[in-house]
Design a protein around this ligand. Structure first.
Ligand SMILES: Cc1ncc(COP(=O)(O)O)c(C=O)c1O
Length: 365
């Protein structure tokens, strides 16, 4: 493919479909009763939550002259940003080339291709940095042969974060008050983008980050991860470490149990990140009686019918939702113990800036 091979007509009218998602009260048992929390249903807007980031990154690059009209956009993605870029590419008139990996769900591959994306799949993880590093290596090869191509680099692009300003404005319109915000963290974009404006409105607002077990973002060791969306095997620079009051690592069994409870009891549900933030939001509503708690459900359940909601998949991966943890194990700092299931830590630091050496008395926790 050459940069000029595909010419797309921009369809700016699509931008009217961005965001403006509903906020719903969740009261389903997670896993037990709780006072309820608010969830922003990002899966109900065209292109999902990441369409906000995708449009922001492409418009920013267009303004700076880094993305020429009609030039291709190349990005590495595990899915959601890909859908957002497919949307932004159609709206702004850019062909989209995505680098995914073998773990990308077949339904997501079909959806991306249906929206006109050219999809490249890497078939093995890199020895260091896993699938993400393998995808980035292929992306660099593509950039070398597509000289006009623009790489948004969602992990480090400040326009990813900027794209969530409207999400924050919607939340301040939809809520009278907010005490606790719970956000999943992958690139760090949406948590970083909404916490600033929300704290200007509610200065005492607590921010709880939710990461995946085996993710390096908050200083845990890198391990193979089953969950997609939240978590990372690199250290994205968009994570607003200083803004978080605490972090929870959630395992796949807890996320599956939570997604299924949501689907059964509150109708709305989603994937790994939705299950994880719902579990932690219910916990926060329980331990902070009277507090208003809100979270963001990044996408809906459809992509996960063959994983989170499939008994054969969960059995094959040794996940028993009925054995999922019902409360977090507390650790004093991120390196005190490796999180195998749901773990909570109220000390949050950037692992690249302040490597933490475990206190000898804490090493055996
Ligand atoms: C489904 C899903 N949930 C949550 C996240 C995390 O969001 P962020 O990248 O804004 O931290 C992502 C990021 O890719 C995602 O795809």
């Amino acid at each position: 493919m050459t940069a000029t091979a595909v010419r797309l007509t921009a369809r700016p009218e699509l931008l009217a479909l961005l965001g403006r998602t509903p906020l719903v009260r969740i009261t389903a048992d997670l896993p037990g009763p709780h006072p309820g929390f608010w969830a922003k249903l990002e899966g109900l807007a065209a292109g999902g939550m990441k369409a906000r980031a995708a449009v922001s990154m492409l418009l920013g690059a267009r303004r700076r002259g880094e993305l020429r009209p009609g030039a291709p956009v190349v990005e590495s993605t595990s899915g959601t940003l890909g859908l957002g870029l497919a949307f932004a590419g159609q709206a702004l008139g850019h062909p989209v080339v995505l680098v995914g990996d073998r773990e990308l769900e077949p339904s997501m591959r079909q959806l991306l291709c249906a929206h006109g994306v050219r999809l490249e799949l890497v078939d093995r993880p890199a020895p260091e940095g896993g699938w993400q590093a393998a995808r980035l290596a292929r992306l660099r090869e593509l950039l070398a042969v597509l000289p006009d191509a623009y790489w948004p680099d969602q992990y480090n692009n400040p326009d990813n974060t900027v794209g969530y300003a409207a999400l924050a404005a919607e939340l301040t319109d939809q809520l009278d008050h907010l005490d606790v915000l719970v956000c999943s963290v992958g690139t760090g974009g949406h948590s970083a983008g909404i916490i600033g404006p929300l704290r200007r409105r509610w200065p005492a607002l607590r921010l709880i980050g939710v990461d995946a077990t085996g993710s390096t973002i908050f200083g845990q060791p890198a391990r193979p991860r089953l969950m997609r969306g939240l978590g990372s095997s690199i250290h994205p620079r968009n994570v607003a470490y200083g803004a978080f009051d605490e972090v929870h690592w959630v395992g796949p069994a807890e996320a599956v149990d939570s997604c299924r409870r949501l689907a059964r009891g509150s109708f709305v549900s989603g994937g790994w990140s939705t299950g994880a933030v719902a579990l932690v939001s219910a916990w926060a509503a329980r331990v902070h009686p009277g507090a208003v708690v809100a979270t963001v459900f990044p996408d809906g359940p459809h992509r996960y019918l063959g994983t989170v909601y499939d008994d054969d998949f969960t059995a094959a991966h040794g996940l028993d939702p009925s054995a999922a943890a019902t409360r977090p194990v507390e650790i004093p700092h991120p390196r005190a113990a490796e999180a195998a299931g749901w773990v909570r830590c109220s000390r949050v630091t950037d692992p690249l800036r302040a490597p933490i050496s475990p206190h000898p008395s804490e090493e055996n926790l």
